[in-house]
Design a protein around this ligand. Structure first.
Ligand code: ADP
Ligand code: MG
Length: 605
């Protein structure tokens, strides 16, 4: 009877609580036992756990981020035993963010592993964030007994996970038979990375994970995905139309979005920009695709170029809220658009697109370069001159704030110190989140290399910081500096232990102004509770001491420079608690226009 030689602990459906008492290594030995015992018998067996790991390895997965527990603990153990790096988190949301950033940096889906129901839902926030940003990742979750779930009979961690996931993912699949594991993994990989990438949900029931299967049949059921993200070649007429529109422009502009960064068409994009001489504006995560100090960068003249450009070429950027939907008053009412995007339905989503180019960006830019005639596109000198002048004016104005030395530090003076240290380290990944910390950080920290700036992205979500930092360093082996608002850090701060446990080279700089936006709000009732936006002016540097990491408390730019230089040189985890003036910063940062204000109640007494 084949079932007899499968270890009882794997029959999680019947004996799921037994799993809690497993010792590390039990599974590995047991797994070997299964194989060796079965070698003498016929047929040789495998099981769902092994097939999942085999399917992931077959498709090049080398890292899993997750939180262990019922029913996937053995999956994590087995993956580790089989040579996949397993990074265990303290909260599933951060694990999902780490998988997301792995997807962004590698163009291969990052993998996040979660337990059923609550763990699944925690991770789903991160998976939804991946979908919104168009980054490929797969959340794999174990789930409880389907018969009990479907009749709502009250199972341990009962939830119809696949259907819950559908609304927030690019695709959601559930595997109900062990022989379908290979297909489930293959479909998930293809869904995550083809077309516009996104978050995918893959559900394995506890029963499937524990189920035994003939090893040969199991091996045959696995699928190695061939060409998971095929090139999407543009129609030549679409390139022609776009080039003609750009050639007729007087004030052309190129906007680079994070889709352009994701596409890894760095050289093609740069050649096109330099050959045409068109000024460019990088969206936040596209900074560094061309260096920020490139002469054609219009970043320091953003309002001017958005307001006056007559033809705008969007490359992997959406006309969503981050670009004021392409509408007046930020934009000229007569602006016409070229849009290069892999998703046809992105066209005309906010403004009519005169020249849509539906293709992957690498193929599109290659076509643009081959069809561009010498001298065909030249922006008017008056346009580039106007941009130059505005840049100069704005940079001089910013320098005044940047070079001042207030005590306590403000956002600008502290970020100047960080900027100067990072200037000699373009290899470092910069994670940035918060409100003012994000807005000032985006403008002040210069990027010189592609895909080195990782931030809140399309959703403006807080709490991505530690997950992104861990994902970036685990994926690339490079150090990370995470520039965090004190509030933003609070959403994911426990991952400090994860960073220290794996001894990752992550330096967390906390911009501590003691609050959300600012730290000086008052309770309008006159009561003793703190105001809704107020946080403690805590000594965050002391937290890391609990995990044998290095903490610094700094109150001036010199001390910040020293602490950052020293901690980067050490290559070890560190926290720099950066004391910022609680009265510096604006409510909602640069997006206060999105924050409705009560006109009539007591809030403004
Ligand atoms: P940003 O916020 O930086 O402006 P968005 O996330 O709004 O960027 O837009 C990215 C766009 O890039 C999405 O519309 C997505 O479909 C597109 N995209 C992502 N990868 C590719 C690719 N390889 N080729 C073409 N378009 C892509
Ligand atoms: Mg703050």
């Amino acid at each position: 009877m084949p079932g007899l030689i499968v270890r009882s602990g794997m029959k999680i459906n019947n004996q799921r609580f037994e799993e809690r008492h497993f010792m590390v290594g039990t599974l590995v030995n047991a797994a070997k036992e299964v194989k060796s015992t079965t070698e003498k018998q016929s047929p040789t067996l495998t099981d769902g756990f092994h097939l999942v790991v085999d399917a992931l390895k077959l498709n090049g997965v080398d890292t899993i981020y997750g939180v262990a527990g019922i029913p996937i603990t053995d999956l994590a153990r087995l993956a580790q035993a089989e040579g996949i790096r397993y990074i265990g988190f303290r909260h599933e949301e951060s694990a999902a963010y780490a998988a997301t950033i792995t997807g962004y940096l590698t163009k291969r889906p990052g993998i996040c592993l979660t337990v059923s129901a609550p763990g699944f839902l925690n991770g789903l926030v991160g998976t939804a964030n991946a979908t919104t940003n168009g980054f490929p990742m797969i959340q794999i979750s174990g789930s409880s007994d389907r018969e009990i779930i479907d009749l709502q009979q009250g199972d341990y961690e009962e939830l119809d996970q696949m259907n819950a996931a559908k609304a927030y993912t690019k695709a959601a699949y559930r595997v109900n038979k062990p022989e379908d594991i290979g297909i489930g993994v293959a479909r998930s990989i293809r869904a995550a990375v083809s077309g516009r990438p996104g978050g995918v949900y893959l559900d394995f029931t506890a029963e499937v994970l524990g189920a035994a299967l003939d090893a040969e049949a199991g091996a045959k059921s696995l699928v190695r995905v061939v060409d998971p993200a095929p090139a999407e070649i543009p129609a030549p007429e679409s390139i022609q139309r776009a080039l003609e529109l750009l050639a007729g422009a007087q004030r052309p502009l190129i906007i680079l979005g994070k889709g352009a960064a994701y596409a890894q068409a760095d050289a093609e994009i740069r050649w096109f920009i330099e050959k045409t001489g068109i000024p460019f504006l990088p969206m936040s995560m596209a900074k560094g695709l061309l260096p920020d100090n490139h002469s054609q960068s219009a970043a320091a003249a953003r309002s001017l170029v958005l307001g006056q450009a007559d033809v705008v070429m969007l490359i992997g950027a959406r006309l969503n809220w981050l670009l004021a939907h392409g509408k007046p008053p930020r934009w000229s009412p007569n602006v016409r658009f070229v849009q290069v995007d892999i998703l046809a339905t992105e066209m005309d989503s906010n403004r009519p697109i005169a020249a849509p180019v539906v293709a992957d960006i690498k193929s599109a830019m290659t076509s643009f370069l081959s069809m561009l005639k010498p001298g065909q596109i030249r922006p008017q000198a008056a346009w580039t001159k106007a941009i130059e002048e505005r840049k100069k004016h704005n940079i001089e104005r910013m320098a005044v704030r940047l070079n001042s030395n207030p005590s306590p530090m403000n956002f600008s003076s502290a970020l100047r110190a960080v900027r100067d240290v990072l200037a000699s380290r373009p290899d470092i990944y910069v994670v940035n989140e918060g409100a003012n910390t994000l807005d000032f950080g985006r403008d002040i920290i210069e990027m010189r290399e592609p895909r080195k700036r990782l931030d809140c992205g399309t959703w403006g979500v807080m709490g991505v910081g530690m997950g992104y930092a861990i994902g970036a360093t685990v994926t690339t082996g490079k150090p990370v500096v995470a520039i965090e608002g004190d509030s933003a850090f609070g959403f994911c701060g426990m991952e400090l232990e994860t960073i220290c446990r794996y001894s990752l080279p992550v330096v967390i700089v906390i911009f501590n102004n003691g609050g959300v936006y600012r730290g000086d709000d008052v309770n309008r009732s006159g009561g003793s509770d703190p105001a809704p936006t107020v946080l403690m002016k805590a000594r965050y540097d002391k937290l890391i001491e609990a995990y044998d990491g290095r903490g610094y408390n700094v109150i001036d730019p010199q001390a910040l420079t020293k602490a950052l230089t020293e901690s980067l040189a050490s290559g070890k985890p560190a926290i720099i608690n950066c004391v910022i003036d609680p009265t510096d910063g604006t409510e909602s940062g640069h997006i206060s226009n999105l924050n409705p204000k009560s006109q009539i109640n007591a809030a403004h007494k």
